[in-house]
Design a protein around this ligand. Structure first.
Ligand SMILES: Nc1ncnc2c1ncn2[C@@H]1O[C@H](CSCC[C@H]([NH3+])C(=O)O)[C@@H](O)[C@H]1O
Length: 342
């Protein structure tokens, strides 16, 4: 190996090794609402430090780091303006801002730092109190709210795609299991005036959902039931939605969730599982790190179609078909894995 080649490799590695700071720069950018603060034009370090009551030199270093990440721009290292990329993180934009805060705040971030344990055990990491992520969110309302907001953005994105492409003909009741605030369901109900819906989720989330729906056009057709899909059976419906829930759980827990839906589901009712899906086989892909990350943080994974079909049929559902729909937010499609309760 030539010296030049060796030092090139060291540089490549060095870029990877120092990358862990980048998510923290980005989440600090969101936490300080930097995109909103700079929306009206460029500002100096001193001005921003005064407004935030922040440490002047450290804030200057932080702002210059944002320039390297192309969130901000500067001519002199003292006055900073927002870039097109940075603007995507302002409070009016759906999507990335909430996903940043969900992923890079302690609940998920601290667990991610223990990924090696999952590689050793194949199990999710529990924190010092023995809690999993959703136990932890019960007493960290700020982080729970960021998580719900991120899921709401993703649900809005999937909801728009589903409403455009999915036929709700013949359906009069829909239950969204693990439906969070109710964003997906309300976007479907808006386009189906004769349909009523119920969100089934943990009691704390359901409480926030009731606040979220108040005053919205479909509020009188959307109800909330609090409970756990490990102990309670979701109410009967013609159609069940299960979006980005199974990706949080291993096969045994996923089977329990599907079994609880199955037990309450009338014969002939439909179940649509909405997830990201990885291809069959062992071709390395972005889904490998996402899957391992999910496994570390929640015990779940990104599955293949064959794995979903195995879970559904194991629980007694009859698999019908998989449809993929484009996402407007992320560079990967949504998959709708459709099944019937015989
Ligand atoms: N034991 C449980 N019973 C019911 N819901 C749960 C349970 N554990 C986690 N959840 C919910 O599962 C959801 C996973 S996040 C997915 C939220 C929503 N389906 C969407 O795609 O936007 C969260 O809303 C959690 O509160």
């Amino acid at each position: 190996m030539s010296l030049d080649h060796a030092s090139e490799q060291v540089q490549r590695l060095s870029r990877i090794v120092f990358r862990p700071w980048e998510p923290q720069i980005i989440s600090t950018f969101v936490r300080f609402e930097m995109a909103d603060r700079l929306a009206g034009g460029s500002r100096t370090v001193g001005d921003l430090a005064g407004e935030l009551a922040a440490h002047h030199d450290s804030l200057g270093r932080f702002l210059r780091s944002c320039v390297v990440l192309e969130l901000l721009e500067t001519d002199d290292g003292e006055t900073f303006g927002i870039t097109e990329l940075g603007r995507l993180l302002c409070s009016r934009e759906a999507g990335m801002r909430n996903i940043v805060m969900m992923n890079f705040t302690p609940g998920i971030w601290n667990r991610a730092g223990r990924l090696h344990e999952t590689v050793m055990t194949g199990k999710t990491v529990l924190d010092d109190k023995g809690e999993d992520l959703y136990d932890y969110y019960r007493h960290t309302p700020d982080e729970r709210a960021w998580h719900a907001a991120a899921m709401a953005d993703l649900a809005g994105d999937a909801g728009a795609a589903i409403a455009e492409h999915h036929d709700l003909g013949g359906v009069s009741t829909v239950v969204d299991v693990g439906g969070s605030l109710g964003v997906l369901l309300s976007s479907l109900l808006e386009r189906a005036p004769d349909v009523t819906g119920t969100v089934f989720d943990l009691p704390g989330i359901v409480e926030s959902g009731r606040e979220w729906i108040a005053g919205k056009p479909v509020a009188d057709r959307l109800s909330y039931v609090g409970g756990s899909f490990f102990e309670d059976v979701p109410p009967p419906a013609d159609l069940y939605l299960l979006k980005q829930v199974l990706c949080d759980w291993g096969d045994e827990d996923s089977a329990r969730i599907l079994d609880s839906i199955y037990r309450g589901a009338p014969a002939g009712s439909r179940l649509v599982v909405i997830e990201w899906m990885r291809p069959d086989g062992n071709e390395p892909s972005e889904f490998d790190s996402m899957s391992l990350g999910l496994q570390t943080v929640t015990g779940g994974r990104v599955r293949t179609e064959r794995e979903f079909v195995g879970l559904l049929e194991g629980a007694g559902f009859k698999f019908e078909s998989t449809v993929s729909l484009p996402s407007a937010l992320l560079p990967r499609p949504w998959h709708l894995i459709q099944a019937v309760r015989p």
